[in-house]
Design a protein. Structure first.
Length: 104
């Protein structure tokens, strides 16, 4: 009688890779609010929080184009995502409107 071999199992697919791109950074502050806060600061803080939330879900792998206040060129940001073979690229930006009553 022939011994039966267990069926080969396919390796599980890794979770999708999300590349988070906090806009601006380093020498490029982005917009500046009336309180003097730069867009680069807000996008980095939001990006780091988003990273933590995605990792905590255990449903995603996460990479960042920057994790501190440094300038990364647009071409380098794209190249990082391509090299990592990211499944999603989330570019974070925010704007400043001089009139707080404006909505859209």
């Amino acid at each position: 009688m022939l011994a039966t071999m267990p069926a080969a199992r396919a390796a599980p697919m890794p979770p999708p890779l999300v590349m988070i791109d906090p806009g601006h950074g380093g020498k490029d502050p982005g917009c500046t609010g009336p309180d003097g806060v730069h867009e680069k600061t807000i996008t980095l803080l939001v990006g780091l929080d988003l990273r933590q939330a995605l990792l905590a879900s255990r449903k995603f792998r996460v990479a960042m184009t920057r994790m501190r206040d440094v300038f990364v060129s647009l071409a380098d940001r794209v190249a990082m995502a391509e090299r990592a073979q990211a499944d999603a690229f989330v570019s974070l930006h925010c704007n400043h409107l001089p009139d707080p009553a404006l909505r859209g």
